[in-house]
Design a protein around this ligand. Sequence first.
Ligand SMILES: Cc1ncc(COP(=O)(O)O)c(C=O)c1O
Length: 318
Amino acid sequence: MTRPGSRHRAWIEIDHAALRTNLGIVRGLAGGAQVIAVVKANAYGHGAVAVARTLVAAGAERLAVATVEEGIELRDAGVESPILLLWGIGPDEAAEVVAHDLEPIVTDEATVALLERETSRAGRRLSVHLKVDTGLGRQGAGTDEALTIASRVARSAELVIAGTMSHLAVPGEDDAYTEVQQLRLARVVDAMRSSGIDPGCVHVSASGGILAGGTVVQADAVRPGLALYGLVPAWAADRDPGLRPALSLKARPCASSTCRPARRSATGSAFERRRRPASRRSESGTGTDGPASMPTTGWRSCAASVRRWSAPSAWTGS
Ligand SMILES: Cc1ncc(COP(=O)(O)O)c(C=O)c1O
C-alpha cells in the first residue's frame, strides 16, 4: 500500500478485517469445516505473507499455494502452518518440497516414488494429498487408479496421506455434474477406508462449491480462494452472503469535469454515466468515481458496486 504523502499516483489498500470476516462467513457456509485458505498468486494480488499471517491468526487450519516457490516464500517469512501445493511437482522440485515441509499432491506412482527417495535421503517424513480427477479433466489420479496409488502411499515408511481431494468443474452451474463428481470422490474415499487406508482430510470445494452448498460428499475441509477476498461467481450474484471486498484501488485526482447523463467515458467507452452528473478522473488511468454500469460476467466484487473513488482530503483540497 502507498500512503498519502508518497509520490505514487495510485495504490491499493488491503482490508484485513474484511479477510477475517470473509473467513468466518466461508466457514459458516461450509458448516464449520476446516478452511484451507488459498493464497496462491501472491494471495490473488493481496500480498501472500501478510494475508497468510492474518488468515492463520484468524483460524485457517491450512494454506494452499500453486507453486513450490510460493510455499518457500511463506516458510521464509516464518509461516509454520501446513501448506498444500495445488500444482503437481517436477523431479527437480522434490528436494525443496521436503526441505520446506510443503504438502504436495500425488497423482501417480512416479511422484510417490520420487518423494519417497527424497524423504528417505533427507531422513524425514512428508505429508501428501492424494488428488483424484473426478471430472474436471485437469490433474489427478483417475478414479480407477486412485486406490492403487493410495495403497502405495500407505505402505510407504516416509509418506503420510494428509488429505484426499478433488476439484469441481461447474459448481453452482451444473448440479447433476457436480453431484457425479462428488459421488466419484466419495466412492474412492470409501474404498480407501474399506482397505484400511485413512484418507486424511477430505476436501473438494473451492469458492464456487462452498457458495453452491448442498454437498453430497462428507468433506472435512474447503479450499476457498476468491471468496476470502470478497468475490462471488456471477451465478451467485443474487445471493450475496455478506462477503466484503478486501482490496480497494485508490488514486489521486488529476481532473474534474461535468458529464451529461448517458455520456460515455474511459478508453473503449467502457463506462456510461446514467445517474450522477459529476465525474472525477483519477491518475490510475481508468477510473471515474464509480462506474454506473459494470460488466456482470465472471467474478464480481460483493460490494453493491465498485467502491467509491476516494482520496485523502489533503490531496483534493476539500
Ligand atoms: C485445486 C484448487 N483448489 C482451490 C482453488 C481456489 O479456487 P477459488 O479461488 O475459485 O476459490 C483453486 C484455484 O485455482 C484450485 O486450483
